[in-house]
Design a protein around this ligand. Structure first.
Ligand code: SF4
Length: 64
């Protein structure tokens, strides 16, 4: 599964970091998220799915 962010949509809410801090970093200059782990391990998928679900901007995608 690939975890990606659409930076055209990311508004810097950081809900994703709250849900899955191990998967993301935050760029304070651009005020946008950075995906640290683009191919999460199986055990990281629940957190990745939660990040996708709770992103208010619908900026995250998790797909094959
Ligand atoms: S929750 Fe969504 S909008 Fe906010 S920083 Fe994460 S990806 Fe960007």
């Amino acid at each position: 599964m690939m975890l990606t962010v659409d930076l055209g949509l990311c508004q810097g809410h950081q809900e994703c970091l709250a849900e899955a801090p191990e998967l993301f970093d935050f760029d304070h200059d651009s005020y946008q998220v950075v995906v640290r782990i683009t191919e999460p391990f199986e055990e990281q998928l629940p957190a990745a799915r939660a990040a996708v679900k709770y992103c208010p901007a619908f900026a995250l995608t998790l797909e094959d």
